[in-house]
Write a protein of this length. Structure first.
Length: 151
């Protein structure tokens, strides 16, 4: 990410972004428990971690793009942000909201998809679901640390 300009201390925004990720994770996990109770039981804490990791990545990217003026380097993420910019709401809401929705939808889909695998092969299933969580947690944590350091 490339930094441009900010109004609020970056560390404060990092904490607020992490809080929002926790809230979004809670809402999505509650929906998972309501609509797919078996998936919630089977995937358990690793399912929650996967959702949180990708919520953190999505929210921290949105904060970095819309609030702090960073740029996105990943081509697929940049394409999603460009699509959001072309939507009329992109100017008033910013472009990060679509990225957050896409990240949450993909994470939820993966948790749903892995539930049967976790049930049949728990060791491998949890391990692979944990890898999916790490793919979101790494960039999300990196973004928050970057915000705090550049504060």
């Amino acid at each position: 990410m490339v930094r441009h300009r900010t109004r609020q201390p970056s560390a404060v925004l990092a904490v607020r972004g992490a809080r929002l990720a926790v809230i979004l994770t809670g809402m999505l996990w509650a929906a998972t428990q309501f609509f797919y109770p078996d998936v919630a039981i089977i995937t358990g804490a690793v399912g929650v971690l996967t959702l949180f990791a990708h919520a953190l990545d999505g929210v921290s990217t949105a904060v970095g793009i819309d609030v702090l003026g960073f740029g996105e380097q990943t081509p697929l993420s940049r394409a999603i942000l460009e699509i959001a910019h072309s939507i009329p709401a992109g100017d008033s809401l910013g472009v990060g909201w679509l990225f957050v929705l896409v990240k949450l939808a993909i994470a939820e889909f993966v948790v749903l998809l892995f539930a049967d695998y976790v049930a049949s092969e728990p060791t491998e299933g949890y391990l692979l679901l944990g890898v999916v969580a790490a793919v979101g947690l790494g960039p999300g944590a990196h973004n928050l640390i970057l915000f705090a350091i550049t504060g």
